[in-house]
Design a protein around this ligand. Structure first.
Ligand code: PLP
Length: 454
């Protein structure tokens, strides 16, 4: 069965973002079952899920209560739309999410993925401005090395050159400004003076404020490795948008539903964006769901305009089973105090990772917060020697995957702007799981060090 199933995968299943050589490998993981923080492959091997699937299985694997809620919904009403009619599951899920979201982020538009959520935010921003007599506001500002999805609009907002290039030309009028990597506010200084903030003002000045629809940013940016913004950065984004009539969009596809120890990442910043996109953790991956949360007055103004509607939708948007799963998942996260677990154990994870920086010369820096970290590698932190291109390629493609496999860890080596290992365990990971993860990462770094420095 083991080889047959891989043979069938090679013959018929086209992988996402996976090199053909990895897909052909006899080591291709075939995951068949999950339980808590662990998944099992077709040979019965148990792996710690160090990336929560793909930053999504926040509540952990194998919840029969969520499965039961989905099954009951399928029996009661498998499908109904959110076009011209509504159904109880999407209404309840929207109310629940609106109740958790900060400020007047009260209006929820459901789709089925993060890319569609970002796509919806681009379209909402454009149509909103048009409805307010500002049809010229079509441009978007986002950040270098950011990932916002793969559909053509979301990909246009994405700031990763290698993801964009095969599909150019993309949407015109998208400008990528420096992200917050390395940005620190000096004592007594202001975030306003940061180069990454000034760059935004420069684009607005150059292009004209009345041509800019929106600024997109993740509270903690994943592309380029868990970039935690300096204090005051988000307040500056808010102030810039207010000054120029631009919509501020927080892309929280990864950050929301507890990843940073709060329901939404913007809570860390004390800022209410105009639009907020979510997906992954909203259902903990038990069903596909994404969405856009808008400030209520924006939707009201759009609805009061002559056309009186958001001209956008999809068959699966607000699907009864997905929204039922979101309700069950959010209740479980709340009732079981899962966000408190993240807040309680994140310092242990952070301290353990920072301790590894001192012990492994291949570890340059650890960034992140909550249950979301990136480990950036180099050749030798003592001498300041960076990895060669070939070393980096070998680490990413063979050394790190093999080392992770050896210790039964599933996570992702990341090449977006540096050589990195990303960690985002399920939010139910307790101190023992955190310690196990730290031990595994320690062993993986040992292997990486041996490969680079002998
Ligand atoms: C910040 C961000 N936005 C958008 C997306 C796209 O989400 P999806 O893969 O569900 O389309 C992702 C996916 O990882 C993401 O991290």
């Amino acid at each position: 069965m083991g080889e047959d199933i891989r043979e069938a995968a090679r013959a018929h299943l086209v992988p996402h973002f996976t090199r053909a050589s990895a897909w052909q490998s006899p080591d291709l993981p075939v995951i068949v079952r999950g339980e808590g923080c662990y998944v099992y492959d077709d040979q019965g091997r148990r792996f710690l899920d160090g990336l929560s699937g793909l930053f999504c299985v926040n509540i952990g694997h194998g919840r029969s209560d969520i499965a039961a809620a989905a099954a009951k919904q399928m029996e009661t009403l498998a499908y109904a739309t959110n076009w011209s009619a509504a159904h109880p599951a999407s209404i309840e899920a929207a109310s629940l999410i609106a109740g958790l979201a900060p400020g007047d982020l009260d209006a929820v538009f459901f789709v089925s993925s993060g890319s569609e959520a970002v796509e919806s935010a681009i379209k909402f921003a454009r149509q909103y401005h048009r409805s307010q007599g500002q049809a010229g506001r079509t441009k978007v500002i986002s950040r270098e090395m950011s990932y916002h999805g793969t559909t053509m609009g979301a990909l246009s907002v994405t700031g990763l050159p290698s993801y964009r290039e095969p599909f150019e030309p993309l949407l015109p009028g998208v400008f990528h400004v420096p992200n917050t990597l390395g940005a620190t506010v000096p004592p007594g200084g202001s975030a306003r003076d940061l180069a990454c903030v000034e760059a935004i003002e420069e684009v607005i000045e150059r292009e004209g404020a009345d041509t800019i629809a929106a600024i997109f940013a993740e509270p903690v940016q994943n592309g380029r490795g868990a970039l935690v913004p300096p204090e005051g950065y988000w307040a500056e984004l808010r102030a810039i948008c207010d000054r120029h009539g631009i919509l501020l969009v927080a892309d929280e596809v990864i950050n929301s539903f507890g990843r940073l120890g709060r329901w939404f990442g913007v809570e860390r910043e004390g800022v209410v964006p105009d639009l907020l996109t979510f997906a992954k953790g909203s259902t903990s991956g038990y069903a596909p769901l994404g969405g856009l949360i808008a400030r209520r007055p924006l939707v009201d103004r759009l609805f009061e305009a002559p056309d009186g509607m958001f001209s956008h939708g999809a068959t699966w948007g607000g699907h009864p089973v997905s929204t039922t799963v979101a309700i069950a998942n959010i209740h479980a996260l709340a009732d079981e105090h899962v966000l408190d677990n993240v807040q309680a154990n994140a310092p242990r994870l952070a301290a353990g990772l920072n301790e590894l920086v001192g012990r492994h010369r291949v570890l340059k820096e650890v960034r992140g917060t909550g249950y979301f970290y990136a480990l950036e590698l180099m050749a030798d932190s003592e001498t300041g020697r960076e990895l060669t291109h070939d070393q980096s390629t070998s680490l990413l493609r063979s050394v790190l995957p093999a080392a992770m496999r050896k210790v039964n860890l599933l996570t992702r080596p990341d090449d977006r702007g540096a050589t990195m290992l990303v960690l985002a365990p399920p939010l139910i990971a307790d101190a023992a799981v955190v310690d196990e993860l730290l031990g595994q990462v320690d062993a993986v770094l040992d292997e990486a060090g041996r490969f680079v420095n002998g």
